[in-house]
Design a protein around this ligand. Sequence first.
Ligand SMILES: CC(=O)SCCNC(=O)CCNC(=O)[C@H](O)C(C)(C)COP(=O)(O)OP(=O)(O)OC[C@H]1O[C@@H](n2cnc3c(N)ncnc32)[C@H](O)[C@@H]1OP(=O)(O)O
Ligand SMILES: CCCC(=O)O
Length: 452
Amino acid sequence: MYKVSSLAEEYQKKLITADEAAAMVHNNTRIHYGTGCGVVNDIDEALARRADELKGIEVLSTVALRKEPFKLYQATSSNEQVRFASAHFSAFDRQMNKEGRCWYIPMLFNELPYYWVNNENDIDIAFFQVAPMDSHGNFNLGPQVADMWGVIKSAKKIIVEVNQNMPIAHGHQTQLNLYGIDHIVEGSNAPLAELGTKPASDIDKQIAAHVVELINSHSTLQLGIGSLPNCIGQMLADSDVRNINAHTEMFVDAYVDLFDAGKLTGNKPVDKGKALYTFAGGTKKLYDFIDNNPICCSAPVNYVNNVNVISSIDNFISVNSCIQVDLYGQVCSESAGHQQISGTGGQVDFVMGAFLSKGGKSFICTPSTRTLKDGSKESLISPILTPGAIVTTPRTATNYIVTEYGAANLKGKSTWERAEMLINISHPDFREDLIKAAEKNGIWKNTSKCTF
Ligand SMILES: CC(=O)SCCNC(=O)CCNC(=O)[C@H](O)C(C)(C)COP(=O)(O)OP(=O)(O)OC[C@H]1O[C@@H](n2cnc3c(N)ncnc32)[C@H](O)[C@@H]1OP(=O)(O)O
Ligand SMILES: CCCC(=O)O
């Protein structure tokens, strides 16, 4: 154990300015900017001030939750200076990608910490935000433990940016000690980026109603990103379903609604009494709920998203969204054709884990159509995926697909049955065309329609 005075001395020795931290970035190196709400602000600004000197820098990040693009991106214009890579695209990553400045790192989220520690993926400097040091010399990593230990283990140098607004996250491996850190920057304490969701549409509410009908009391819930999963959480809070538990990759505002409604009990066999998550993204209401709250338990993603852990919890319910589904039940949740939108994230981890849980189910939800720029409608259930679309969840893993027209459980169904079930939950205006396409593609033949 170290004395408080020696901690204070050690802290002072390690304290540097953001500009001094930025000066440590040498040309032709890889740096990591942090995960979720922990991505750095002041160090990013300081690096942007050095933009003209920088050459051959690769900036990595994981699901960066920000109000605005990185300053370093805005201050540079070529990949010879700085290029970016992200393990899960945010809106700003998409923008950078369209401009040829950012690449997606394909990943299964449960494996991501191992990608960083793989020797070929060394990180020269890891920058990330933390909460102020406590009296034991520990810095709390905030509500995004996720892949941080992979980053920390892989990095040759660790420089933290202290933010007094970082919520203190309870949980597993949430602390990094002063003696494991190379340098400390005291940041300007920006409020955490808030991730609001669009208000739920009528169609969202219809989809949510189909899902909620299939959720029983005593279920453990994973909710994904977007307005729809939040709407489902709110509808559950208003329902007569009791004893809901949280074991989720992303902690979202809907869990606070469930807690306020007295429904979030933590009465589950694994991590009993805890709302388990790996990163948080929501509004101040969520961050205030997490801060120093021992029922909220943040843990590394290789644990939270581990298929064996998920499947060991009975009645596990996983709810995620997608971009397109084909008539085989292949799900694209991360790209629009060739254009990367987001990432695989933990969708596959939870789809597989929930199905293997006794009484468990996974729901992938989508409106049946979307409106194009010219006002016309496009069916999101398609004969085939758009060329270039990435299969996020393979048809073998797909369980329920849900639209406003109902829920189709594809597990164990033949290709013909799947196509029929999916057409039945597609928009009525597109059903005839889908039937014709299914026939043309040989999925649906007259001979398949025999009754036994
Ligand atoms: C964090 C978690 O989700 S944990 C759960 C496990 N992980 C996953 O499921 C990962 C994959 N899923 C996802 O990334 C999301 O659920 C999505 C992208 C499918 C939907 O998320 P939402 O927040 O509801 O999407 P939203 O409607 O805001 O659209 C996001 C972007 O995708 C585009 N998009 C959405 N649907 C479509 C579509 N069908 N076709 C083309 N583009 C689409 C939108 O135009 C928007 O792009 P823009 O911001 O550049 O204009
Ligand atoms: C970083 C992963 C986020 C997601 O699962 O969508």
